[in-house]
Design a protein around this ligand. Structure first.
Ligand SMILES: Cc1cc2nc3c(=O)[nH]c(=O)nc-3n(C[C@H](O)[C@H](O)[C@H](O)COP(=O)(O)O)c2cc1C
Length: 296
C-alpha cells in the first residue's frame, strides 16, 4: 500500500514507500480489519501484512518509472521459522528497485514482531541485514540506505537500547513511529475497543515525543523520518522542530484526501517565505527539548 513521504530540506517533494512486503504471500487477519474513528480523525488497523509476497511486488515495481524514489518496507511472514532471514531475503529481492529500505519491526499486528526491538535481537537483525546490503552494494556499486521503523510504545530503556544499537551499527536512519496500542484520549469509545494499531491525529503527540527522545539519544547527525498524525503543514513543521529530517504520513489522507501531501508542501514553502528561511531544515531541532521533556 503506498504512502507518501515528504522531504523537508531544500527542495520539497513527495515520494512513496510500499509495503510491508513479506517473502511469501499471506492473507493477513480476518475482515473487518480496518476501522475509521471519524470524530478522532484516526484509524485502527489490524491488517497483519496482507500481501502477495516478494515476487509479485517486485514484478509490479519493475514496471514503475525508475525516476520515482520508491522505498521498500520489508518484514517477516507471520509463520516464519526465521524472521531475520525474511528481512535478509527482502534486501536481496528488492535491491535493484529500492531507493531505500525500511525494516519494519514495529507492527503490532504480527505477534512477537516488536520483540525484535530488544537489544540483542536488534543487533542480530541489523548485522544480518547490513551484511546482505553490503553484499548487494559490492555487486551493484550502489549503497542503498536501510532505515529502522520503531514503535511509539517504547519504555525509556527500550529507546536507550535502540539508540545504542543504531549508533554501534551505523544505521542509516530511524522512522518514528508505527501505530500505537494506546487508546488514550479517544472520543469514539466503541471503535476504540477494536484491537490493532491506532494512527492518525491522536498519534501525533505520542509519536512526536518518541521522535524527540530518540533525537536526543542519537545526536544531530542520524536522519530521522517523523511519522504519526501529520495532518497539515503545521504538524509537519512541528515534527521537524522536534527533530525530523523528513516526514511521512498516511492516515490523515483518509480524512483530508490525496491532495494532502501537495497542500503540506505548499504550506511549508509558505512558512519558509514568512519566516525568511532558505530551507525548512533551519527549524529542525528547535523544539526537541520541549517534546523530549514530555511523557509519551
Ligand atoms: C491501514 C494501515 C496499514 C498500515 N500498514 C503498515 C505496514 O504494512 N507497514 C508499516 O511499517 N506501517 C504500516 N502502517 C503504519 C503507517 O505506515 C504509519 O507508520 C502510522 O500509521 C502512523 O502514521 P499516520 O498517523 O500518518 O498514519 C499502516 C497504517 C495503516 C493506517
Amino acid at each position: 500500500m503506498p504512502r507518501y513521504r515528504k522531504h523537508c530540506c531544500g527542495s520539497v517533494s513527495v515520494s512513496p514507500e510500499i509495503g510491508t512486503v513479506t517473502p511469501k504471500p499471506q492473507t493477513g487477519n480476518d475482515k473487518p480489519r480496518i476501522f475509521r474513528l471519524v470524530e478522532d480523525e484516526a484509524v485502527i488497523n489490524r491488517l497483519g501484512f496482507n500481501n502477495e509476497g516478494h515476487q509479485a511486488a517486485l514484478q509490479r515495481l519493475k514496471s514503475c518509472a525508475r525516476s520515482t524514489m520508491i522505498g521498500v518496507n520489508i518484514g517477516a511472514n507471520k509463520d516464519s521459522a526465521d524472521r531475520i532471514a525474511d528481512y535478509v531475503s527482502g534486501i536481496h529481492a528488492f535491491y535493484g528497485v529500492a531507493r531505500y529500505f525500511t525494516a519494519n519491526i514495529s507492527s503490532p499486528n504480527t505477534p512477537g514482531l516488536r520483540d525484535l526491538q530488544a537489544r540483542e535481537s536488534l543487533a542480530a537483525l541489523l548485522s544480518a541485514v547490513f551484511a546482505a546490503r553490503d553484499d548487494e552494494a559490492a555487486k551493484a556499486g550502489i549503497r542503498v540506505p536501510v532505515f529502522l521503523k520503531i514503535a511509539p510504545d517504547l519504555t525509556e530503556e527500550g529507546m536507550d537500547d535502540i539508540a545504542a544499537v543504531a549508533l554501534e551499527q551505523s544505521l542509516d536512519g530511524l522512522i518514528v513511529s508505527n501505530t500505537t496500542l494506546s487508546r488514550d484520549g479517544l472520543h469514539d469509545q466503541q471503535q476504540a475497543r477494536e484491537s490493532g494499531g491506532l494512527s492518525g491525529k491522536p498519534l501525533f503527540e505520542k509519536s512526536t515525543i518518541v521522535l524527540a527522545k530518540m533525537r536526543k539519544r542519537v545526536g544531530p547527525d542520524l536522519p530521522i523520518i517523523g511519522v504519526g498524525g501529520v495532518s497539515s503543514a503545521a504538524t509537519a513543521a512541528e515534527k521537524t522542530r522536534a527533530g525530523a529530517n523528513l516526514v511521512q504520513l498516511y492516515s490523515c489522507m483518509v480524512y483530508e484526501g490525496p491532495s494532502l501531501p501537495g497542500k503540506i508542501v505548499r504550506g511549508l514553502s509558505a512558512l519558509c517565505d514568512r519566516e525568511k528561511l532558505t530551507s525548512i531544515s533551519e527549524i529542525r531541532d528547535s523544539r526537541t527539548n520541549y517534546w523530549a521533556g514530555k511523557n509519551a
